[in-house]
Write a protein that binds this ligand. Structure first.
Ligand code: NAP
Ligand code: MG
Length: 404
């Protein structure tokens, strides 16, 4: 069989622990036998990040901006324990955070749905894609504990020295205060990323805030979204037959639960933090969640939503058998390959990506799955075969070979 040819390389970002093991299995079993895989390789494994003082992460993010499509393995975000474990020179920042800020992107997360793993909400027939604004608000706040009576004020000093002040509260006793901000530029980028992704995936966009209470702050989010939509996207949306819909956050949660799914839910930073965990759980499993970072200028970085599955890795190191779910990582590759195929006009690559995803889901629906899915599937238990990490990928390969 002739291997599928690529023109532009993908930015390949290797990672850590159990997902690094899966990464190699996926390449060996599901990609290299079928594709003349072209990648620009960056090792974001913690050891090499440390050797390069994290320069490799910055280089990888720049490469995503240059080449347009990247695929990333899960990586360790160091904490005190990791600094000791890996004898690190510094407590490096989260690679995802670094990449996100360089690409100025928005993360879109969507569940991978299976017939045999129905969501907790029975009306959800399609995935709900959640987009979280990843800048500002309470995540870049300034807080103060107030110990006794006094005046708390909001003060803004303009460049020309003009001072504007407003009373927050006249404290009669102890309490707390908090200041936070956001930027028109960041909200605009977020809106553009959401609208671009909607056009890409032919889905409606829903957005909500609490603008009845926060008239200026949340009101600014509502207005920026509407301005960007009216000026840059309205016509394109109408041509594509999709819509943009804004409402109150209280109203949207009710609508989300009653919906059939199949839309993009744009969330402010805090809403996205909380709601993405709710959606992942309601759809079944974090191991079945895809994640793609989309920049406002249309560059893409695909990954799995879960971490490096440390506990499984330690078992693997002890020579014990693991049954780690590689589906989200496989879908990161298929997403990246499909997008590369679209951008370069390589039909074969897009078809391969579709088949790889179908082979993965068909393998599971036939009863061959990893332990985490075996625990939650509604399939007749006598039909379920729990496979180890490598055998699961080999089973997908067998299904895929049957389809090609
Ligand atoms: P995790 O890797 O997401 O795993 C937490 C638990 O969830 C696992 O122990 C496992 O449960 C289950 N799980 C997650 N993914 C699974 C999969 N693919 N197959 C089967 N089970 C799966 O989170 P963590 O262990 O708390 O974090 C490990 C490292 O990942 C941390 O250093 C963190 O910094 C990093 N992290 C990276 C990213 C990223 O790069 N995007 C995201 C989150 C966390 P059982 O143990 O019960 O089987
Ligand atoms: Mg959260």
């Amino acid at each position: 069989m002739n291997k599928i040819q690529m023109t532009t390389p993908l930015v390949e970002m290797d990672g850590d622990e159990m997902t690094r093991i899966l990464w190699q299995y996926i390449k060996d079993e599901l990609l290299l036998p079928f594709i003349d895989l072209k990648t620009e390789y960056y090792d974001l494994g913690l050891k090499y990040r440390d050797e390069t003082d994290d320069k490799v992460t910055f280089d990888a993010a720049e490469a995503c901006n240059r080449l347009g499509v990247g695929v990333k393995c899960a990586t360790i975000t160091p904490n005190d324990a990791r600094v000791k474990e890996y004898n690190l020179k510094a407590m490096y920042k989260s690679p995802n955070g670094t990449i996100r800020s360089i690409m100025d992107g928005t993360v879109f997360r969507a569940p991978i749905m299976l017939k045999s793993i129905p969501p907790y909400v029975p009306t959800w027939e399609k995935p709900i894609t959640i987009a979280r604004h990843a800048y500002g608000d309470v995540y870049k706040n300034t807080e103060m504990k107030i110990d006794g009576p006094g005046l708390a004020e909001l003060v803004f000093t303009a460049e020309d020295g003009t001072v504007t002040r407003q009373t927050i509260h006249e404290f009669k006793g102890p309490g707390v205060i908090q200041g936070m901000h956001n930027l028109d530029k960041s909200i605009t980028s977020f809106a553009r990323s959401c609208f671009n992704f909607a056009l890409d995936t032919k889905q409606d966009v829903w957005f909500a805030s609490k603008d009845t209470i926060s008239k200026k702050y949340d009101g600014r989010f509502r207005d920026v979204f509407q301005e960007v939509y009216d000026k840059e996207y309205k016509e394109k949306f109408e041509a594509a037959g999709i819509t943009y819909f804004y409402t109150l956050i209280d109203d949207i949660v009710a609508r989300v639960i009653r919906s059939k799914g199949g839309f993009i839910w744009a969330c402010k930073n805090y809403d996205g933090d909380v709601m993405s965990d709710m959606l992942a759980t309601a759809y079944g499993s974090l191991a079945m969640m895809t994640s793609v970072l989309v920049s406002p200028s249309g560059k893409y970085e695909y990954e799995a939503a879960h971490g490096t599955v440390q506990r499984h890795y330690y078992k693997h190191l002890k020579g014990e058998e693991t049954s780690t779910n590689s589906v989200a990582t496989i879908f990161a590759w298929s997403g990246a390959l499909r997008k590369r195929g679209e951008l370069d006009g390589i039909e074969e690559l897009q078809v391969f990506a579709d088949k790889l995803e179908k082979a993965t889901l068909d393998t599971i629906e036939a009863g061959n799955m990893t332990g985490d899915l075996a625990l939650i599937t509604t399939m007749d238990k006598s039909k379920v075969k729990k496979l180890n990490s490598l055998d699961f990928i080999k089973a997908i390969r067998a299904t895929l070979e049957g389809m090609l």
